[in-house]
Design a protein around this ligand. Structure first.
Ligand code: NAD
Length: 252
């Protein structure tokens, strides 16, 4: 770790120690060390398939079995992954009053690390819902079955197809997630971890937090669309940098 990064780690720890309201926004990078592929880049999530052929309501309507085959495989992969040090540090911090975690991830690893009350912007790969929105079904419910014996899995209420409980391209983010995330921008420190910040409206949350007077910081090995607008940038992998920040907090 370079001296400059050590100084930034100390600076962030100081801000966090003094803060009563901390909000963290995470993206795919936070789960990279757990073996969950990120969205973009080589070895990325889509692996040569176009996102719009998988993650849209139109793709599902055209071929639910093939869309489900992809999700079924991803669920099996994620079930084999375990939370890494970044998830663990954030779970520890989440026990502080005034801490809120907004995630764009759908893998459930924050929850598995012990973070409660996660604000999930893009749903969960572990949730399902009735594609036909039958009257007997709740909007979403959890189903951990891996693999499903039949694809698409049938709705237990009406027998129609189930859909994955993630937010697809072209779909709206659940209203309660937006409301809670916007409320979380009123904070003392807003920390962005492992997101390329190219997907809106999540990326706009940091800008909103800065406008409301929050100190803003980012942890990411690469520069992002947000980097230049933030108060502090900590270039490095989340599992290492957050571990360092956590130790600096403990040493205070
Ligand atoms: P993204 O793939 O666009 O960007 C990932 C970011 O993580 C990059 O900026 C990269 O530099 C950074 N990164 C890589 N390794 C890192 C590490 N070890 N520590 C910290 N940062 C690291 O991801 P996004 O911005 O979250 O947007 C992708 C969308 O796709 C999200 O909306 C999400 O719903 C979905 N997605 C979810 C998962 C998941 O649940 N784990 C995985 C892939 C994609």
């Amino acid at each position: 770790m370079t001296d400059a990064l050590e100084e930034s780690v100390a600076a962030l720890a100081e801000r966090l120690a003094a803060a009563s309201r901390i909000t963290v926004l995470t993206g795919a990078g936070v789960s990279a060390a757990s073996g969950v592929p990120t969205y973009r880049g080589s070895g990325g999530l889509w692996r040569g398939r176009r996102a719009e052929d998988i993650a849209t309501p139109e793709a599902f309507a055209a071929d639910p079995g093939s869309v489900w085959a992809w999700y079924d495989e991803r669920r099996a992969e994620i079930a084999r992954c375990v939370p890494n040090r970044a998830h663990e540090v954030l779970a520890t911090w989440s026990r502080r009053p005034g801490f809120r975690l907004v995630t764009q991830n759908v893998d459930g690893l924050h929850e598995r690390a012990g973070t409660e009350g996660v604000i999930r912007f893009h749903g969960s790969i572990w949730d399902v819902g009735c594609w036909d929105r039958c009257a007997a079904s709740p909007r979403r419910w959890r189903d951990d079955t891996v693999p499903f014996p039949e694809l698409p899995p049938p709705c237990p209420h009406c027998g129609g197809p189930l859909r994955p409980g993630v937010v697809w391209f072209g779909e709206v983010i659940p209203g309660d997630a937006i409301e809670r995330a916007v409320a979380a921008t009123a904070c003392d420190v807003f920390l962005v971890v492992g997101t390329s910040a190219q997907v809106h409206p999540a990326a706009g949350l940091a800008v909103e937090a800065a406008r409301s007077g929050a100190f803003t910081a980012e942890v990411n090995p690469d520069a992002t669309a947000l980097s230049a607008a933030l108060d502090l940038v900590l270039p490095g992998p989340a599992e290492e940098v957050l571990d360092r920040v956590d130790r600096a907090l403990a040493d205070r």
